[in-house]
Design a protein around this ligand. Structure first.
Ligand code: ADE
Ligand code: ZN
Length: 323
């Protein structure tokens, strides 16, 4: 099996319905029954419904030990699919909603990374994210916590959430703070926003990767620029089909973006919400876009090269990829 690496997954969005129910039970939380469909999966209809369902699931993660379990559980599933490296988005705002401190939330995730590394050898690192629809002030607070509490596993800063709210320039102060502290950053752009959203992120934020970026395909000049500059794109085909951006994987422009010379990676985003996993993304990309093992290895090496971790870890991961 080709070894894999993931750069775009929301930690709070990795907990399966079973794990969410277990956490709710142990934390004495009465879950809204509308959180789940009759088949047991998460219930949502559109992107905003998804964000709401995601928030309800995330609200069951209440303690340091919960974060440890969620992280371990996800990395264990990845390790079984031959994933070597996962860079996961953490959301201190979601943790704070549950009354957790920034450091408890981080220490819990780090403990989960250590547990999974000890057992499976998988490497995990953290990108601290802010939530766009919560606004620039919250984003700046998250960035301040990020720079004030540096941790060896925290390798970058990013932003998710509703791309239709605010403008990238509203978040410049938050991103500059992270960037000036020596970190690389990434922003969700060109998912529900069009190519102009990617352009605005590149123009106004010190980002070195783009979360999604899929809608660059709608602007030939932008696509050419992304290819020329080799700006890594954290593509998530299964997520885009699940949220209704494209009707099928066959209609997803992954292959067109790859063929345009862009530096593409394959990611799961929020795996149980979108009925996917990193392994499933690789398998479906191979099937739908006629990719061979060499193509998939190239995608993994793209992800390792575009990771925000240090060069020593990248070299070790590349050696394992080619073993
Ligand atoms: N937060 C969690 N998943 C997300 C996604 N796919 N887009 C934007 N924000 C998110
Ligand atoms: Zn995402």
């Amino acid at each position: 099996m080709v070894k894999k690496a993931e750069l775009h997954v929301h930690l709070e969005g990795t907990a399966t319905p079973e794990l969410v129910k277990k956490l709710a039970a142990r934390n004495g939380i009465a879950l809204d029954p509308l959180t789940f469909k009759s088949d047991g999966g998460f219930a949502w209809n559109d992107f905003w419904g998804f964000l709401d369902c995601y928030d309800k699931a995330a609200a069951t993660i209440r303690t340091k030990d919960d974060y440890r379990l969620v992280t371990y559980d996800y990395l264990a599933r990845c390790a079984r699919e031959d994933v070597l490296y996962v860079e996961m988005f953490s959301s201190p705002d979601h943790a704070a909603e549950c009354g957790m401190s920034y450091t408890d939330h981080l220490d819990g995730i780090a403990a989960g990374i250590d547990d999974a590394h000890r057992e499976f050898g998988i490497e995990g690192r953290i990108i601290v994210t802010c939530v766009r629809h919560l606004g620039p002030e919250k984003a700046l607070s998250a960035a301040q916590l990020f720079v004030d509490n540096q941790h060896p596993y925290v390798v970058g800063f990013g932003m998710g959430g509703d791309e239709a709210q605010f403008h990238p320039k509203d978040f410049r102060a938050a991103f500059d703070l992270a960037h000036e502290a020596g970190y690389q950053t990434t922003n969700h752009a060109g998912e529900f926003g069009g190519p102009e959203s990617i352009r605005a992120s590149l123009d106004h934020l010190p980002i070195t990767r783009i979360g999604h970026g899929v809608r660059a395909v709608e602007d030939r000049l932008l696509l050419e620029e992304l290819a020329d500059r080799q700006i890594p794109l954290e593509l998530c085909p299964g997520s885009n089909v699940a949220t209704g951006l494209y009707d099928s994987r066959e209609q997803h422009p992954f292959k067109a973006i790859m063929d345009a010379g862009c530096l593409v990676t394959l990611n799961s985003d929020d795996p149980p919400f979108f009925a996917t996993s990193v392994g499933h993304e690789y398998a479906e990309a191979a099937r739908c876009y006629s990719l061979n093992d060499a193509d998939l290895m190239w995608i993994t090496s793209n992800a390792i090269g575009a990771g925000f971790c240090n060069d020593a870890l990248k070299e070790a991961l590349l050696a394992r990829l080619h073993q």
